[in-house]
Structure formats: structure tokens, C-alpha cells
Design a protein around this ligand. Structure first.
Ligand SMILES: Cc1cc2nc3c(=O)[nH]c(=O)nc-3n(C[C@H](O)[C@H](O)[C@H](O)COP(=O)(O)OP(=O)(O)OC[C@H]3O[C@@H](n4cnc5c(N)ncnc54)[C@H](O)[C@@H]3O)c2cc1C
Length: 390
């Protein structure tokens, strides 16, 4: 209760915490069944999310979303992060950058139904030869009569199996904007979209990340999002948002791990004493708590800055710092938690084992740790210490 926040913020935090608490008993079942929960359990959880007002909390109120502040969203995502197996993803956050640029038709067909929880999106940006270096994408959009023909093979398309439309990023093949990026919204039942294969990943979650081929997918010009050349701008906006939310989820994961490891260390006896009595164990927990506190302050402060209208470039650097530090912090905490649990920490039924695998990707997706450092360093060179952190 030490971090200052309004009563309304605290109520949101408690509401989210109570929701996630009742998800935790499903984790082992999900882990042992490829991340899947029985359909009736999932539907009940989705209903609960709507009743609690947690559907599309990041979307504007006037469009039917929650209209939560950045700080309130961090509070919700922090709780989401306490559950393994992505069970918290039942709290769905649509593309928050879209309403400002969507046409009337795009609002009606994709944005509003997504806010109502009737539709779901996925993102197809990364390719075999283009991850960190997004500008290396080979996917093309060619002008074709009154629309475009889309071609390309996309990797790691998260939630493809839960989505019904995709944001597809390509380079314009010809015309005045040749070589510039463009983003398209495409229904997944469009002819020419095919799953190449669905690889297995370290984590066990119900959302897959297939490799997806787009071959001569024809879309009308009305499915271009924004203008030709805008593609990268949307990607950056989404990265900024998602990086802060990754930091928030890392906080929740670390809190849960520290709680559970501390409780275990208090009860587990070795050589006639609880292992918590040993300084080696205490120090792992003490370092973990200290680093969690630092990451939490950084993440909360970044969110407050966004709500106060902080310069967007400074936001960009701070979101990178929060993601970098919080994701690496959570990785260290998970590693120590496995150690505290000993052999049990290596069992898939143990929370530390699951987080040890699951948290690894937070140092990779939405920009690797190296890319976050590159962003932070470039901002430092341009703006200096005081502009970036006060
Ligand atoms: C589970 C999962 C889900 C994903 N979901 C999606 C999704 O839904 N949609 C989507 O489009 N993408 C998705 N991605 C892709 C993700 O964003 C990329 O994996 C990530 O950006 C890194 O790209 P890469 O894998 O090609 O690695 P690379 O870019 O090839 O990097 C390999 C290594 O080189 C380092 N490196 C690269 N450039 C530099 C540099 N300039 N300086 C220093 N080091 C550098 C990297 O940090 C990394 O360590 C997902 C990935 C995963 C693992």
C-alpha cells in the first residue's frame, strides 16, 4: 500500500487482482493440455471479463472501450502478469493506435466489433529475414485495379488461431511511394492466406505463433490503414504501448514468484531448519524484492508521465527502459525462484518452472533487450540525461 494512487486506481487494481486470483488454479491444467482450458471455462472467464469492465480497457470510452489511463492499464496488466500460461490474455487489449486513423468502414467492420469482444486481431510484421530490422521486410503490396495484392511470408503470428483478422505490414512494390511501408487490415478467411506450419515454442499457451503465407491476397484500397508510408508509424506506436505493458506483466510475475518462493522457503526444512534461515536463500529473495521495487517505480512513473502528456520521444525511451529493466529483472527473479524451490522448481507443475520458460520471450518480442538498449542510447545521445529521466 505504499505507492500513492487514487481510490479509483486502487479499486481497479483490486478488481483485477481478484479476477486473476481465480485464474491461478487453472494453470497446471492448462500446462498439461497445451495451454488449453475447457471451452466452458474459457467462455465463463470471457463473460467475467466483460462483467468486470476489463474488455478493451485501452480503447476510448466514446467507442465503447474502458478509456483507462496508462497507469490504470499498467495496474491491470501487472495483475495479468501474475498468471502463467497466458491465462490472463482473456483480458484483451485491441489495437489502441487504430481508432485515430481508421476510416468509417474500418471502424464499423473491425474496430467496434473488436471493442465489443466479437472479433480479434493478430499482427504479421516479422519475417524469416526481418525481425529487429523491420525495414528488411520483403512482403509487398502491389497496386491492383482499385486495391492491392499482398504477398509475403510472416513468422511468429501470435494469436493467429484466436483471431479473425490480421494487420499485415508490407512495402509498396511500385508507384510514388515505392519502398515505403504500408499496413493493411485483412480478414483471415481471405483467399490466399495459408498456414505454412505451427512450430512449438518454449511456453505452453493456447495462442499459437504460426508461419503464415500470404499469396496474391487481394484487398480493396479501403483496407489500407492510414496512408501509404504510414506502416512504420503504427508499428512504433504499438511497440511503445506493448513495451510498457510487458514491463507491467513482468512486475506481476516477479511479485508472484517472490511471494511463492518466500512462502516455500519458510516451510521447507533442510539440516533441521527452514531454508529461509540460510543467508544464501535470504539474499536471493532480498535481491529479487529490491529489483522488483525498482522496476515497479520505473514502470509506474513511466505510465504517469504518459498520462501527463510527456513528450512522445521521452515516452519512447522510458518505455524501452521500463521494458528492458523489468523483463530482465523478472528473468533473474524466475531463475532464483527455481533455485529456491530446488528440484520442485524444475517440475512443470511448479510456478517457477513455468515462469522460467515463459518470461524468456519478454527479452525478445516487441524489440529485444539489445534493441531497447540501442533505442535508449540513441535517445541519450540526442536528448541527454535530464530530458530522459528528470
Ligand atoms: C513467441 C513470439 C511471438 C511473436 N509474436 C509476433 C507477432 O505476433 N507478430 C510479429 O510480427 N512478430 C512477432 N514476434 C517476432 C519478434 O518481434 C521478433 O522475434 C523480435 O523482434 C526479434 O527478431 P528476430 O527473432 O528476427 O531476431 P533478430 O532480429 O535476427 O536478432 C537476433 C539477435 O541479434 C540481435 N541484434 C539484431 N540487431 C542488432 C543490433 N542492431 N545490435 C545488437 N544486436 C542486434 C538481437 O538482439 C538478437 O539477440 C514474436 C516472436 C516470438 C518469439
Amino acid at each position: 500500500m505504499t505507492y500513492p494512487m487514487s481510490e479509483a486506481d486502487r479499486e481497479i487494481q483490486q478488481r483485477a487482482r481478484a479476477f486473476v486470483d481465480q485464474l491461478l488454479p487453472f494453470e497446471v491444467q492448462a500446462e498439461l493440455h497445451g495451454g488449453e482450458l475447457p471451452a466452458e471455462v474459457l467462455q465463463a472467464q470471457e463473460r467475467r471479463v466483460r462483467e468486470l469492465g476489463f474488455e478493451a480497457v485501452n480503447m476510448p470510452k466514446e467507442l465503447g472501450g474502458g478509456g483507462f489511463s496508462a497507469f490504470q492499464q499498467v495496474l491491470v496488466q501487472e495483475q495479468v502478469g501474475r498468471a502463467t500460461n497466458a491465462l490472463g490474455w482473456v483480458i484483451h487489449t485491441p489495437a489502441s493506435w487504430l481508432p485515430q486513423v481508421a476510416t468509417e468502414e474500418q471502424l464499423d467492420r473491425w474496430v467496434l466489433p473488436t471493442i465489443r469482444g466479437e472479433r480479434r486481431e493478430c499482427y504479421a510484421i516479422t519475417e524469416e529475414g526481418a525481425g529487429s530490422d523491420v525495414d528488411a521486410i520483403q512482403a509487398t503490396a502491389s497496386r491492383d485495379r482499385d486495391g492491392y495484392l499482398l504477398n509475403g511470408v510472416k513468422w511468429h503470428v501470435t494469436s493467429f488461431n484466436h483471431a479473425d483478422h490480421v494487420f499485415f505490414q508490407a512495402k509498396l512494390a511500385a508507384g510514388p511511394n515505392a519502398g515505403a511501408h504500408a499496413m493493411f487490415v485483412v480478414d483471415l478467411d481471405a483467399p490466399g492466406i495459408r498456414v505454412v506450419r505451427t512450430p512449438a515454442y518454449s511456453h505452453t499457451i493456447a495462442h499459437h505463433h504460426p508461419i503464415v503465407a500470404f499469396q496474391d491476397v487481394r484487398v480493396p484500397a479501403g483496407q489500407l490503414v492510414g496512408a501509404e508510408g504510414d506502416g512504420m508509424r503504427f508499428a512504433y506506436e504499438w511497440f511503445r504501448y506493448e513495451r510498457l505493458m510487458i514491463a507491467a506483466r513482468a512486475l506481476g510475475a516477479a511479485e508472484r514468484l517472490i511471494d511463492e518462493a518466500t512462502a516455500f522457503a519458510g516451510g521447507r526444512r533442510a539440516y533441521g531448519r527452514p531454508i529461509f534461515d540460510y543467508q544464501a536463500i535470504q539474499f536471493m529473495l532480498a535481491d529479487s524484492l529490491t529489483e522488483l521495487w525498482a522496476a515497479r517505480l520505473m514502470t509506474y512513473r513511466t505510465a504517469h508521465g504518459i498520462d501527463e502528456g510527456l513528450d512522445v520521444k521521452v515516452q519512447h525511451a522510458q518505455c524501452s527502459m521500463a521494458k528492458l529493466y523489468a523483463s530482465e529483472m523478472a528473468g533473474r527473479v524466475a531463475d532464483r525462484a527455481v533455485q529456491v524451490f530446488g528440484g520442485r522448481g524444475y517440475m512443470r507443475e511448479n510456478v517457477a518452472e513455468r515462469f522460467y520458460r515463459e518470461l524468456r520471450v519478454d527479452r525478445i518480442w516487441e524489440g529485444t533487450s539489445e534493441i531497447q538498449r540501442a533505442i535508449i542510447a540513441s535517445q541519450l545521445a540526442k536528448r541527454g540525461v535530464a530530458r530522459l529521466i528528470g
